[in-house]
Design a protein around this ligand. Structure first.
Ligand code: DC
Length: 255
């Protein structure tokens, strides 16, 4: 609750609307590749004191494990249920906060793989890997576990539709294709990855297609999601819009 000056009598009163963060919500952010989902999700989590989970990083870690063990997507696709269970049992994914950056980073079997999983080699294979139903089921279960205590922001492709269909706030992010390609290109260059604009655009197009056409929980907007086109918005503007939505949800569903 916040006190603010009242015009006229110079006194103070209690604002009836709850402060952002007074009640913990589940916030689902979905959308196409390179729409700035993780940038907004991280900012929102930091602002609200919530946990941030990058669900795409989990599928990327599975893809990295596959490559490290000289397996192909075709081999994963042809595994029977028992083989797939065994494969997944060898993969332990955790998120740990980096004490320096204060950002949540993904670990694969105890090793920080946050940087490795951003490689274009992983980006090229992650969509078909993430389309394998048994892999999705295992990841979704783990993701749902993270949301049990609420106070979480999770970004991905199926968070509002499958992982948290009852999330209090669902945001579906979009941006014009050329804006997305430019952002991903700049981000990869900044991280020291040598890529061309053509490679980045092609990867985004391919992933959009695979992510929206797969049989198991394809990328689509949840009916109750708010669409946020951030093509012409800076990060502060996006955060302000998202915080406004959080505030509205907090008012609608008091603790
Ligand atoms: O968010 P990202 O680009 O790091 O995700 C990598 C891939 O993982 C993406 O191409 C689709 C897949 N993914 C998914 O299928 N479901 C999610 N919830 C998150 C990501």
């Amino acid at each position: 609750m916040t006190a603010y000056p009242l015009k006229g009598n110079g006194g103070y009163t209690i604002r009836s609307e709850p402060e952002v963060g007074s009640e913990k919500l589940v916030i689902a952010i979905d959308g196409f590749s390179s729409c700035g989902k993780s940038t907004l999700a991280k900012a929102l989590a930091r602002h609200l004191g919530y946990r941030y989970i990058d669900s795409g990083a989990m599928y990327r870690a599975v893809t990295l494990f596959m490559i490290q063990h000289d397996l192909t997507v075709a081999q994963l696709e042809s595994m029977n249920a028992e083989e797939m269970d065994r494969f997944l049992d060898h993969i332990k994914i955790t998120f740990q906060v980096n004490p320096e950056t204060k950002l949540s980073e993904v670990h694969l079997n105890g090793l920080n793989v946050e940087r490795q999983i951003r490689d274009l080699r992983i980006s090229d294979l992650v969509s078909p890997v993430s389309a394998i139903p048994a892999i999705r089921r295992r990841m979704v279960k783990k993701q749902q576990g993270y949301g049990r205590d609420k106070g979480i922001v999770m970004d991905g492709r199926d968070i509002g539709t499958t992982v948290f269909p009852n999330a209090e706030l669902k945001i579906f992010m979009t941006a014009r294709p050329e804006v997305r390609a430019k952002r991903r290109f700049d981000e990869l260059n900044e991280k020291g990855f040598m890529v061309t604009m053509d490679e980045v655009s092609k990867n985004i197009e391919d992933r959009d297609h695979t992510d929206t056409h797969r049989a198991e929980s394809p990328l689509r907007k949840a009916e109750d999601a708010i669409v946020l086109d951030n093509s012409d918005l800076n990060q502060e503007e996006q955060l302000a819009i998202a915080l406004d939505l959080v505030r509205q949800r907090s008012v609608q569903s008091p603790a």
